[in-house]
Design a protein around this ligand. Structure first.
Ligand SMILES: [Mn+2]
Length: 361
């Protein structure tokens, strides 16, 4: 021991200049990759009583559930991946020239307490937690999870809104209007049918964008027609462009309700830009078309909520799908912030000037 050099003594920090004052960062200013994993570094608040007292404008909630999938699993890992897939905390939108979190109080309420392999309980607890969030006055943004979750989520929104009605614009490669899949009526191919059957969403108020591929069969489309549903298949977007189709969808939705719920199955986007999903279908939207469409809807009408579903991280590459899902929520929040800033966040008329703004270069 005696051959060791003398110890550093008490002034090592001074020797390196480490004793000088340095700026310290609060949690919400940490780099996106550091600190607690919440969406856009928003505060995490899970207690219903605190939410009801705070009355946030928007809550972001994860539903890590994929017991309803028919093909590739993995969407239960979606909420965690979506929260983490960002290089920025989203403080300023270039497209909309707004700092959304200066306008709106947005909080992350964590994940619904799912028990795996118990789908009936998962749907029930999702419905119950949604009612809690809605009682706080917030607009919910849901990170999925498979698309069966939209059934309890939108049921809760419809029940909360009653007697006012809610319309839905549904982006998806698939109609999700089957009566059953192999006899199962609560999987991810059936939620839109359940919502129409229960009256949660009126048939004519459910407008779909992006359908393509080889499912469902003609009999299901006959049922959809009989409900008065409207849908805009991918072939129509190819011919007319996304803006014209989205404007029509907004007009159709607002014929039947004052507020629009937006349900996004990430497989509406081409698998080349959203590979991390369970039932990919080639030939879909561009990522930028989906983000532009969500901005357009959020600017045009009050949102009743939004979900982004079917993100399956095990099938993703370089987080491209999770990043896109993250931005779907951020574009909606930014659009809502514009409406709040302009003082018409509860207006039911389409703001054509705002739409024109989106179209500007
Ligand atoms: Mn779907």
């Amino acid at each position: 021991m005696s051959h060791l050099p003398e110890g550093p003594g008490p002034d090592l920090a001074r020797a390196h200049g480490w004793d000088r004052p340095v700026p310290r960062l609060p949690e919400d200013e940490l780099p996106a990759y550091a600190g607690e994993l919440t969406w856009c570094k928003r505060p995490r608040i899970t207690a219903t009583s605190e939410l009801v007292r705070r009355r946030p404008d928007v809550v972001v909630v994860g539903v890590p559930f994929d017991d309803g999938v028919s093909h590739r699993p993995g969407a239960r890992l979606g909420p965690r991946a979506i929260r983490g897939a960002t290089s920025t905390n989203g403080d300023y939108s270039l497209a909309l020239d707004i700092e959304p979190f200066r306008i709106l109080d947005v909080v992350d309420v964590g994940d619904v307490d799912i028990i795996p392999a118990w789908p009936g309980r998962s749907h029930a607890v999702t419905y119950q937690r949604m009612r809690d969030f809605l009682d706080s006055g917030a607009v919910p943004m849901v990170l999925g999870g498979d698309h069966s979750i939209t059934w309890p989520v939108v049921s809760a929104i419809a029940a909360h809104a009653w007697p006012a009605r809610v319309a839905m614009i549904h982006f998806d490669a698939h109609a999700d209007t089957a009566d059953d899949e192999q006899g199962v009526r609560t999987g991810h191919g059936t939620p839109m049918r359940r919502l129409i059957e229960s009256g949660a969403i009126a048939g004519p108020a459910l407008v779909q964008i992006g359908l393509r591929g080889y499912w469902p069969p003609p009999a299901v489309f006959d049922w959809m027609r009989a409900q008065g549903m409207r849908w805009h298949p991918m072939t129509e977007i190819e011919a007319r462009g996304i803006d014209a189709v989205v404007d029509d969808a907004i007009t159709e939705a607002l014929q039947h309700a004052d507020r629009i719920y937006v349900s996004v199955d990430i497989d509406v986007v081409d698998p080349g830009m959203a590979p991390g999903t369970g039932t990919p279908e080639p030939g879909g939207l561009l990522a930028r078309e989906l983000l532009r469409a969500i901005r357009r809807i959020a600017l045009a009408a009050p949102l009743a909520g939004l979900d982004v579903m079917e993100v399956s991280p095990p099938w993703d590459h370089a987080e491209v799908t999770a990043m896109l899902a993250h931005r779907c929520v951020l574009e909606a929040v930014s659009g809502m912030a514009v409406r709040r800033r302009e003082g018409h966040d509860r207006s039911t008329t389409i703001d054509r000037s705002a739409l024109a703004g989106v179209s500007a270069p």
